[in-house]
Design a protein around this ligand. Structure first.
Ligand SMILES: C[S@@+](CC[C@H](N)C(=O)[O-])C[C@H]1O[C@@H](n2cnc3c(N)ncnc32)[C@H](O)[C@@H]1O
Length: 270
């Protein structure tokens, strides 16, 4: 297991900067914005107190503020640098605050939030059961859990059988995604944590002409494979050049399924 995001506080500032840039690029993409609008629109709670788990640099917090219009949002993340970035971005926004915290130990009081939301976080968690138990604890009765993530096992860039660029995806999964199948297992895990699961919705994501996020993902995964000594720099550069060649000649293709789960805390005891 080498997912950088599971050991975020061990990463040097230059790696964190690249990850933060990638979060901002993805949140700004029209394709991701329309997926967020679709799944966040389903979460209809007025005057909500929201806990955003794994908020990163606050890139998706902007979209949560826009669609959920919470009275109060607290974002938590284990990375002090990301928390600093989020605090700077939301300086002057009295409804939003950010502090260090872990999905499995948020430090928040029992039954204090209407919504707990985690956007592309569960695939990086070492302890998803602990995170679900903690979400259940801090939610008010009737409160809603919303988990959105990539079904990373579906990530594909191949144009033909045996396409060598697809092996860059394997480097991404090895180095950037601890739990590529987590969203497939989440309904059962959420039910076991005491939640009443309401929906698991699919969101197709396809990029051809403007694959900026996918390019950063491939590049971060292959660079991490290079740093780990799995492959040499020549191959890291080769993946980058091949991906860029396909973008330049209009043949690049990348796709992934994202899934959003919504679940409710119905009872007082799990
Ligand atoms: C792919 S980023 C997503 C950030 C943000 N939600 C977004 O979509 O832009 C995953 C985030 O999960 C955070 N993370 C990793 N392990 C975590 C944990 N145990 N508890 C909470 N957050 C965690 C990372 O620091 C990182 O900010």
């Amino acid at each position: 297991m080498t997912d950088l995001l599971t050991r975020i506080e061990d990463q040097p500032p230059e790696v964190l900067d690249v990850i933060a840039r990638s979060m901002s690029i993805r949140a700004a993409e029209p394709a991701m914005q329309s997926i967020c609008a679709r799944y966040m629109r389903e979460i209809g709670v007025q005057d909500a107190h929201v806990l955003e788990v794994g908020c990163g640099n606050g890139a998706v917090t902007q979209l949560i503020m826009q669609h959920l219009r919470p009275t109060r949002l607290l974002g938590i993340d284990p990375s002090s640098l990301f928390i600093k970035m989020a605090n700077e971005t939301f300086n002057g926004e009295p409804r939003a605050s950010f502090e260090r915290g872990d999905a499995a130990s948020t430090g928040q009081p029992d039954a204090s939030f209407d919504i707990v939301i985690a956007h592309t976080v569960y695939s990086h968690l070492l302890d998803p059961k602990g995170a679900l138990a903690e979400a259940w604890r801090v939610l008010k009765p009737g409160g809603q859990l919303v988990v959105f993530d990539g079904d990373f096992a579906t990530l594909g860039v191949a144009l033909f059988d045996g396409d060598p660029l697809q092996s860059a995806v394997a480097a991404v999964l090895r180095n950037m995604v601890h739990a590529p199948y987590i969203m497939r297992r989440l309904p059962v895990l959420a039910a076991a944590a005491g939640f009443c699961v309401q929906s698991l919705d699919p969101h197709g994501y396809v990029q051809t002409t403007h694959p900026d996020y996918l390019l950063t993902l491939l590049s971060r995964g292959t660079s991490a494979a290079g740093r780990a000594g799995e492959i040499g720099q020549a191959l890291v550069d080769g993946y980058e050049r091949e991906a860029q060649r396909r973008v330049a000649n209009g043949t690049f293709y990348g796709s992934m399924l994202f899934l959003s789960l919504t679940a409710r805390k119905i009872d007082d005891a799990p």
